[in-house]
Write a protein that binds this ligand. Structure first.
Ligand code: CDP
Length: 806
C-alpha cells in the first residue's frame, strides 16, 4: 500500500452509506418541477370524474334526477348507487371489516358524502354537471357527539346494521356501537387503584384532525377491454394492498390489475385506504371504455377523506405519595364516523393504543375502547402516527403532567422517577408489549441539561411571582414530554391487513458493472426513500449509493409489500434491504474465494471488498465480483447477482424521545409564542442524519399545527365548519417555531442494522409537549387540563375561566 492508496475510512466515506448526510437524490427532479404526479398523467381520450356530495349531515335520499346533468354538452355519463348495484359495487368493504357506501344508497350519513359521479370530457364540464344533478333529501336528526352515540334515542346512523348484534370485532351493545376492545389486566389495575395513595382522573380529548398532504387523493383508471386489464395510477401509500383488495372487490384477476403509485406529494396516512372516488373512476372506465381521472379538491379532502384521532380518553393514574406510579386505567370512546374505515392492522380496532403506559414502569394497567358511529366522515388514519400511538402518547403525557402537579413534583423529575430503567430492557409492559431497547434516563438527562432546565424553572418561578404582583400579564409555560413509539408493523403474528400478513420486501439486482436496482414494496411520499435505501445497500455491499437506483410503487415490478405508513419502512423494508444485501454478499464471497483460490472462511470483509485474512493486498472489490458474477462463477453456481428478501420482523421497534418546549402566553389576548422547542430523538442506528432532521422538522411542524389549532369541527346540524384552510390551521413558515434537534443512539437489538423508525416520532412526542407547555403555564393558578387545540381563543378562554381578566 502506498501513501496514495485510500484508507478504509476514505473508501467508506466515498460510498455515502449509512451515517452520511447524503443529499436527497429525488430532490433533483422535485425542485425542478420534474416530479411525475398523478395529475401529470394525461392519457389519450381521458375523461374526468367529479362527485355530487350531500349538503346534509344525515338525510334520506328520496330521489336523484340526473337528466339535466346528463344532457349537458361534454357529459358522458352519471353514475349513482343504482348503477353500481348492477356490478355489485354500491358498497365496498373497509380495512376495518365494515362496509361503506360507495355512493349514497337510501341515506346520506355525513355532510359531503358521495352521492353521484359525473363523467365528462373535461374537468370543467364535470364540475358544471355536478351542479345540475337534482337530489331530493329528507333531513334526519343528526348526532355528531360520540359521547351521546350510545344513549337511548340517539339517531340510528347505520340502518343496514340494525339487526346485527355482532360486528367485525365481537358483540355490539348499541345500534351505534362498532366494537369494544380491551387490553391489560383489569383485576390487577383495579387492585392498584383500591390501595392507591393518590389518584387522578381526567377526560382528555384528542380532537378530530386531518392530515394535509400538499397533493390531495386522486387516481386515473384505465380499463383495456381487449386484454381485460385494469391499470390504476393513484396516490397510494400501499399499492399492493390496493391491487389485492381491488381484485377481491372487482373480481378482475389480480394479475390483470396494474397499480402504479407515481410520485406522491405527502400522505401522512391519508392515502392508505380506498375511497369511493377510486371505485367510481374504475367503474366509469369499465363502462365508457376510456381512461377516467378523479381528482379531489381541498374541501373534499379535508371533509371526506380519512380523518385522524377523535378519541375521548377518560384516564386514571394511581401513584404513591412520593411519586411512584402504581396503576393505569383508561376508558376511551372512539368516534369512527359513519363507517368504520379505520386504517389499522385488521385485528386491532383501536390500533396500538395499548402502548398507553408509555415510557413508564406501570406495574398494572388496563384499557377499554368503544368505537361508535356518528354523522361524521369515516376514517381513523395514522396521521403521522403508528396506529393510535399518538392518542396514547398524548393521553399518558398529559396525565403524567397533571399527576406531577397534583403531587407537587416537577414534571421532569416525576417522569425521571418512573421511566423504565436501562437495565429493564428488553422490557415487557403491563399490556404485554416487549420494548426492544432504550436508555430513557440518559435521554431525559441530556435534554434537561441541553436547555438548562433548572434555570428555566427558576425563571418561570420569578415570572409567576411577578404575575401575582401584577407586574406582567405574561405567563411562562415549560412543556416536557417523554414518549415511546411502537413502529414497524409488523410481526405477522400480531398484524395483518385483511388477512395479508404485514411483512415487507426488497429485491436487489446488481448489474455486471457494479451498479444496481433495488425494488421495494414500500412507497415514499416525500420521506427520501430513494436516498436512504441506497445508503443501506452502499454500506452492506460496498457499492457507492449513487450507483443504486431505488424503485417503489409499481405492483408489476416491485415484490409484494404492505406499503409505507406508521414509520414501518425502515423497521421492515430497511431490514429486508439489508437481508437481501447479505444474500448477495454471501454469493459474492464464494465468487471471491474461487477467484482468489482460498477457502470462503479465509476471507474478511473490508468496506467494499473481500480480502484474504493476513494478506490484505490480495482482494476482490465488489465491483470486480459483480463483473465476475456474470462470467466467472465457480462451477455449478448460477450466474447473476441478485436477491430478494421478504422480511417478517420478529418484533416492533420502539423509538423514543425527550422533548422540552418553552412558551410565553399573553393572558389578555391568548397569544402564545413558542420561545424554544428542543427535540431529542433516539431512532437507533441513523441512516441519514440530514433526512432524520428533516423528518423531525416536518413532524414537529405538524405537531405544532395539531396542538395549536387544528380541529375538524361539526356544528349540531352536522355541517363541517372547518373544511378549508381559511378555517383549518395549517402552519406556514411564518408561524412555525425554530426547532432544536438532538439525538441519542440505542440500536434495536433485533433489526439487522439496528435502525428504528423515526417519521412519526416528532408528532407523537410534539403534540403533548406543546399541550403540556400551555397547561403548565396555567397550572400554578389551579388549572388542571385545558383541551386542545390551544388556539388563541381557547387560551384566552382558559384565562377568562380562571378569572384573570377581572
Ligand atoms: O415509513 P416511513 O418512511 O414514513 O418512516 P421511517 O421508516 O421512519 O423513515 C423516514 C425516513 O427517515 C426514511 O428516508 C428513512 O430512511 C430515514 N431514517 C433514517 O435515516 N434512519 C432511521 N433510523 C430511521 C429513518
Amino acid at each position: 500500500m502506498n501513501d496514495m492508496t485510500p484508507t478504509s475510512a476514505e473508501r467508506a466515506a466515498k460510498l455515502e452509506g449509512m451515517g452520511c448526510k447524503r443529499k436527497r437524490v429525488e430532490d433533483i427532479r422535485f425542485v425542478q418541477g420534474k416530479g411525475n404526479y398523478v395529475d401529470d398523467i394525461k392519457l389519450p381520450g381521458m375523461l374526468y370524474g367529479d362527485l355530487v356530495r350531500s349538503p346534509h349531515g344525515h338525510a334520506r335520499v328520496k330521489k336523484i334526477d340526473t337528466a339535466k346533468a346528463a344532457a349537458l354538452p361534454g357529459v358522458v355519463a352519471v353514475i349513482t348507487a343504482e348503477t353500481l348495484k348492477t356490478v355489485n359495487l354500491a358498497w365496498m368493504p373497509t380495512l376495518a371489516g365494515d362496509t361503506q357506501m360507495v355512493l349514497a344508497d337510501g341515506k346520506v350519513l355525513f355532510q359531503n358524502q358521495e352521492v353521484a359521479f359525473v363523467i365528462a370530457e373535461s374537468r370543467e364540464a364535470a364540475a358544471d354537471a355536478v351542479e345540475l344533478v337534482e337530489v331530493e333529501y329528507e333531513p334526519l336528526p343528526v348526532n355528531v357527539d360520540p359521547l351521546k352515540a350510545m344513549t337511548d334515542g340517539a339517531p340510528m346512523i347505520r340502518e343496514d346494521l340494525k339487526d346485527k348484534t355482532d360486528g367485525a370485532h365481537g358483540k355490539r351493545k348499541h345500534y351505534n356501537h362498532i366494537f369494544s376492545w380491551q387490553a391489560g389486566d383489569k383485576a390487577a389495575a383495579d387492585a392498584a387503584f383500591a390501595k392507591a395513595e393518590v389518584t387522578l382522573r381526567e377526560m382528555i380529548i384528542y380532537p378530530r384532525v386531518h392530515p394535509c398532504p400538499l397533493e390531495t387523493c386522486q387516481c386515473v383508471a384505465s380499463f383495456d377491454k381487449i386484454k381485460g386489464e385494469l391499470t390504476l395510477w393513484g396516490t397510494f401509500q400501499a399499492p399492493h394492498v390496493i391491487r389485492t383488495v381491488g381484485s377481491l372487490i372487482s373480481k378482475i384477476p389480480e394479475h390483470k390489475i396494474h397499480v402504479i403509485a407515481p410520485d406522491i406529494g405527502g400522505g401522512f396516512g391519508n392515502k392508505v385506504g380506498a375511497y369511493p372516488g377510486y371505485i367510481c373512476a374504475i367503474v366509469a372506465s369499465i363502462v365508457t371504455g376510456r381512461p377516467v381521472k378523479w381528482t379531489e379538491d381541498r374541501i373534499e379532502n379535508l371533509s371526506t377523506t380519512a380523518f385522524a384521532r377523535d378519541f375521548y380518553m377518560d384516564v386514571e393514574i394511581a401513584a404513591t405519595k412520593d411519586g411512584r406510579v402504581t396503576g393505569l386505567r383508561c376508558y376511551t370512546i372512539a368516534d369512527h364516523g359513519a363507517f368504520d374505515a379505520c386504517a389499522n392492522a385488521t385485528k386491532w380496532p383501536a390500533g396500538l393504543f395499548s402502548i398507553i403506559s408509555g415510557s413508564y414502569d406501570f406495574p398494572a394497567a388496563y384499557c377499554l375502547v368503544d368505537g361508535v358511529y356518528t354523522n361524521k366522515a369515516p376514517g381513523g388514519v395514522a396521521y403521522r402516527c403508528s396506529f393510535r400511538v399518538t392518542e396514547a402518547a398524548y393521553c399518558i403525557e398529559r396525565a403524567m403532567d397533571i399527576m406531577a402537579h397534583k403531587l407537587g413534583m416537577d414534571p421532569a423529575e416525576f417522569r425521571m422517577k418512573n421511566l423504565i430503567r436501562r437495565e429493564q430492557f428488553p422490557y415487557t409492559s403491563a399490556f404485554g408489549w416487549q420494548y426492544d431497547s432504550g436508555d430513557y434516563q440518559t435521554a431525559l438527562k441530556k435534554a434537561m441539561e441541553s436547555v438548562d432546565y433548572k434555570k428555566l424553572r427558576e425563571e418561570q418561578e420569578a415570572k409567576r411571582e411577578a404575575f401575582k404582583r401584577g407586574e406582567t400579564r405574561d405567563l411562562m409555560g415549560i412543556g416536557v414530554s417523554f414518549f415511546t413509539e411502537i413502529v414497524g408493523a409488523g410481526p405477522s403474528r400480531a398484524c395483518d391487513i385483511l388477512g395479508i400478513a404485514m411483512f415487507d420486501s426488497a429485491e436487489i439486482r446488481i448489474h455486471p458493472t457494479g451498479s444496481g436496482i433495488c425494488r421495494l414494496g414500500t412507497k415514499s411520499q416525500g420521506q427520501g426513500h430513494e436516498t436512504t435505501y441506497a445508503q443501506i445497500i452502499a454500506t452492506e455491499l460496498g457499492l457507492p449509493a449513487d450507483s443504486i437506483t431505488v424503485e417503489e410503487g409499481n405492483t408489476d415490478t416491485a415484490p409484494y409489500g404492505l406499503g409505507t405508513y406508521g414509520s414501518r419502512s425502515t423497521p421492515v423494508s430497511g431490514a429486508a434491504t439489508a437481508m437481501a444485501c447479505r444474500k448477495i454478499k454471501a454469493k459474492a464471497q464464494m465468487i471471491a474465494a474461487y477467484m482468489l483460490e482460498v477457502h470462503d472462511d479465509d476471507l474478511e470483509w473490508d468496506v467494499d471488498r473481500f480480502r484474504v485474512k493476513g494478506n490484505p493486498e490480495r482482494f476482490k472489490t465488489m465491483t470486480e465480483l459483480a463483473w465476475a458474477a456474470y462470467h466467472q462463477v465457480p462451477p455449478g453456481m448460477e450466474p447473476g447477482l441478485e436477491a430478494i428478501n421478504y422480511y417478517d420482523p420478529p418484533n416492533f421497534t420502539y423509538p423514543f424521545g425527550a422533548y422540552i418546549c418553552v412558551v410565553d402566553i399573553d393572558v389578555d389576548t391568548g397569544q402564545t409564542k413558542v420561545r424554544r422547542f428542543y427535540a431529542l430523538d433516539d431512532c437507533g442506528t441513523r441512516i441519514n442524519p440530514m433526512i432524520i432532521e428533516g423528518q423531525i422538522h416536518g413532524g414537529l411542524t405538524e405537531a405544532f399545527g395539531i396542538a395549536m389549532g387544528q380541529e375538524i369541527r361539526y356544528d349540531a346540524d352536522g355541517n363541517v365548519t372547518t373544511a378549508s384552510f381559511l378555517d383549518y390551521f395549517l402552519p406556514t413558515a411564518v408561524e412555525t417555531p425554530h426547532w432544536e434537534t438532538d439525538w441519542t443512539t440505542t440500536p434495536s437489538p433485533h433489526h439487522p442494522i439496528g435502525a428504528k423508525g423515526v417519521g412519526e416520532s416528532p408528532n407523537v412526542g410534539g403534540v403533548p409537549c406543546f399541550s403540556n407547555a400551555i397547561n403548565d403555564a396555567f397550572a400554578f393558578l389551579g388549572s388542571t387540563h385545558i383541551q386542545m387545540p390551544h388556539d388563541h381563543w381557547r387560551t384566552w378562554m382558559a384565562a377568562e375561566k380562571l378569572g384573570l381578566h377581572a
